[in-house]
Design a protein around this ligand. Structure first.
Ligand code: C5P
Length: 401
């Protein structure tokens, strides 16, 4: 569980976006976090402490004068055991208070008395967000080290459209998870391919493979959580885009090649995880091929470009990482493939056995030798791999610069 052992104080302030916090609480609890809800008086007008208690499984605190704490100091006790305080939704007024270090209720006092990171998820009307005082206050809390998540743009409860609505609970959840990860790729530009490709035979049929895209998407998420700017070029998969990742969808190997070649000049690290079709038919039929009893359809195959090799052989390539799914003798094929593709690092697995599964077991191949990694779920493995890649990828641009 992603947030097992993490203790969060979740602070609600007054705003209609309070209804979204029921879902956020559910996501945090499901991920293993302990969630201590603290509400301002205004927040209790929008969602009841009873609801928040039921979802978090803990009594909710509102008042600084709550006598349930044995020492009568909830503002100290609640924050001392927290790994982070998350204010969601954060109202205009509450952000103003934070900017000035005011503490006239339990939640604001907790924030001032904290010794842990503070994450703020603003939610307000667009005019309130644009107000110069709000912008000043947001800039001030950012300068004070507070992480501000959002807001989003779009339609608002008041009927207006613009910046200020709260980011969705899933996005807030992702950002909270990311806040616990070390920023080992901060600001680095990472390009990733993921998923299968689809090579059409006719308008309804095509060649594809069993890659689920899970490993590539897990790496994109882990890289984004590590602070990278991630560009994900994805074949046809039905996976949600990891938070903060720029995603480009393609179908065929040629489209994936073109998208990658266009994005490569901006990339410092290229991780080719996609299971790219080796061949395509030279002319996909324009109309659906009819079933006929006397002749089976025949196709001419031509080779697809090798995307990884094309990037690795550029005069000034990014740090390139390949993947290899082998059905036997991983050691022999892994190192041979690494050399043939001309990449410094190749991650090998017994692929056909892991397609679609949630866990994986891999071996790193590089010039200095092989390093097996223990079997792990794809998300933890992705974090380990991103850490290994971050250690190896030279910073400050491409291999040759
Ligand atoms: O040769 P093979 O397909 O086993 O190589 C796997 C590695 O090469 C993966 O990293 C895959 O993403 C990449 N690849 C590619 N373009 C191809 C074929 C493979 O980028 N046409």
């Amino acid at each position: 569980m992603e947030l097992a052992g993490k203790h969060l104080v979740l602070g609600l302030t007054g705003g209609i976006a309070c209804y979204k916090i029921a879902e956020l609480t559910r996501l945090l609890v499901k991920a293993g976090a302990t969630v201590q809800v603290v509400m301002t008086e205004a927040a209790t007008q929008f969602i009841t402490p009873v609801t928040m208690q039921a979802l978090s499984g803990r009594p909710v605190y509102v008042s600084q004068w709550d006598a349930r704490m044995p020492n009568n100091m909830p503002h100290i006790d609640l924050s001392r055991e927290a790994h982070a305080i998350v204010i969601a939704p954060a109202s205009t007024d509450f952000i103003a208070k934070l900017a000035h270090g005011m503490c006239d209720d339990l939640l604001s006092t907790l924030c001032v008395a904290r010794d842990c990171p503070l994450l703020v998820v603003p939610a307000m009307n667009r005019q309130m967000w644009q107000n110069p005082a709000t912008q000043r206050n947001v800039a001030q809390i950012r300068a004070d080290g507070v992480e501000v998540l959002g807001p989003d743009s779009g339609s608002q409860a008041c009927g207006e459209v613009g910046d200020g609505r709260m980011i969705e609970p899933e996005a807030a959840f992702e950002a909270i998870c990311a806040s616990f990860q070390p920023k080992i790729l901060r600001g680095r530009r990472v390009l990733i391919t993921a998923g299968p490709t689809f090579e059409p035979l006719d308008p309804v049929r095509g060649l594809t493979n069993r890659s689920s895209g899970k490993m590539g998407f897990a790496l994109a998420r882990a890289a984004a959580q590590a602070g990278a700017d991630v560009h994900l070029v994805a074949g046809p998969v039905s996976l949600p885009t990891p938070w903060g990742v720029y995603r480009e969808d393609v179908q065929t190997a040629q489209q994936m090649h073109d998208a990658v070649m266009q994005a490569t000049p901006d990339a410092e690290i290229f991780i080719a995880v996609a299971a790219v079709a080796d061949w395509r038919v030279d002319h996909a039929r324009e109309h659906k091929i009819k079933k006929s009893s006397d002749a089976l359809p025949a196709f001419n195959f031509i080779e697809n470009p090798d995307i990884l090799a094309s990037v690795a052989n550029l005069p000034n390539p990014p740090y390139c990482v390949g993947f290899a799914a082998e059905s036997g003798d991983l050691d022999l094929h892994g190192e041979e493939k690494r050399r043939r593709k001309n990449v410094p690092l190749l991650i090998g697995n017994l692929g056909p056995l892991t397609f679609g599964r949630d866990d994986n077991e891999v071996v790193l191949f590089e010039a200095s030798g092989r390093t097996p990694l223990p079997r792990a779920d794809k998300q933890s493995l992705a974090r380990t791999l991103i850490a290994e890649i971050a250690k190896r990828a030279p910073s400050g641009g491409s291999l040759l610069s």
